[in-house]
Design a protein around this ligand. Structure first.
Ligand code: 13P
Length: 335
């Protein structure tokens, strides 16, 4: 493992107030989003959609890295160049989602465990050959009446630790993503409690598995009330709770925090990231950045609608949301 190379890549992923574009939807997730918009669900349509994204003029002004999916990292643009090459050419670092999805957890009704550790070392070696420089693994924690259980949190944290250690061994910066879902009617306080317990457990496992914190990125949820909660907190309350929780549970050595959007609207995700940076940028030890999928792509996907005649308008929308989030990192976002 080349420690310095991992540290340099992790730093570059959060440098310059830029952030990450998550374009690593698995085939079922991408198809689900296409279906809602009546976009055909097949490999070629997914390819031309991703080509439209990668070809967005000026994307590299706000985006430092892009997360790809196994299908996408093997695909090419119309001109024959790979997506990895196209991104690298404009200074966007290519990365890859390496988990095999969150599956029903045995004996834990309503909870999920992320699969994908078997043969991971070989798969990582192949992705390195293809030009990937970082990896991502998503664990899912669900809030409900009697959940999450310790068993679910511990099993997912352990898997994240093992994945992160293997990634660093391969020379890939791990993005460690323990997502506490915002589905449900729970309060912000409950989300705080669950997020703190999850993060503490994850970092205990990262320590046990000898993961180098300076060479990794944390991709967490913000601390939010459930989507169906009757009390929706203010943007400032979300920013305060999120940063307070992280100061308690996230070691200062971590290279960067890149939030997921998790189903928030594009505008709210940017406004909350902005509030955190306005209030705390100079006080926290990590960069507070973004690694959004839906909050960057959703407006563009709607405009695109499966028709290449809309490429330019969709690219403008994509560029706009990416820039909004760079502005938010500087505390300069205007809704
Ligand atoms: P969202 O920003 O849509 O939550 O996606 C981020 C992601 O990569 C989920 O794994």
């Amino acid at each position: 493992m080349n420690r310095q190379q991992l540290i340099d890549t992790a730093k570059a992923m959060v440098a310059d107030d830029k952030g990450l574009l998550a374009m690593d939807e698995s085939t079922p997730t991408c198809d689900k989003r296409f279906a809602k918009l009546d976009i055909p669900q097949n490999e070629e349509t997914r390819r031309i959609y991703r080509e439209m994204i990668v070809n967005t003029p000026g994307l590299n002004e706000s985006i430092s890295g892009a997360i790809l999916y196994d299908e996408t990292i093997r695909q090419k643009r119309n001109d024959g160049s790979s997506f990895v090459q196209a991104l690298t050419d404009v200074g966007i670092i290519p990365g890859i989602k390496v988990d095999a999805g969150a599956k029903e957890m045995a004996a834990h009704p309503g909870e999920k465990i992320t699969e994908g550790l078997d043969r991971l070392r070989d798969r990582l070696a192949e992705y390195v050959q293809m030009g990937a420089r970082f990896a991502k693994w998503r664990a899912v924690i669900t809030i409900g009446d009697d959940i999450p259980s310790r068993g679910c949190i511990e099993a997912n944290a352990h898997a994240l630790g093992r994945y992160a250690a293997l990634s660093q061994e391969a020379g890939l910066v791990p993005i460690v993503e323990p997502e506490v879902l915002m589905d449900g009617n729970h309060t912000l306080e409950r989300c705080y409690e669950v997020t703190e317990e999850t993060l503490r457990t994850v970092f205990q496992q990262l320590y046990r598995q000898r993961v180098m914190l300076e060479g990794m990125i944390l991709k967490p949820n913000m601390v939010l009330p459930g989507l169906a909660c009757s009390h929706q907190n203010s943007v400032d309350e979300v920013a305060d709770a999120t940063v307070a929780c992280f100061l308690r549970a996230v070691p200062a050595a971590v290279a960067g925090v890149t939030f997921l959007s998790g189903g928030q609207s594009s505008e709210l995700a940017s406004a909350r990231l902005n509030a955190m940076n306005v209030k705390f940028k100079s006080q926290v030890p990590w960069e507070l950045s973004f690694s959004f999928a839906r909050a960057i792509q959703q407006p563009a996907m709607g405009i695109w609608g499966g028709d290449s005649a809309n490429d330019e308008a969709a690219q403008k929308a994509l560029y706009h949301r990416a820039k909004c989030n760079r502005d938010a990192r500087r505390g300069e976002y205007n809704a």
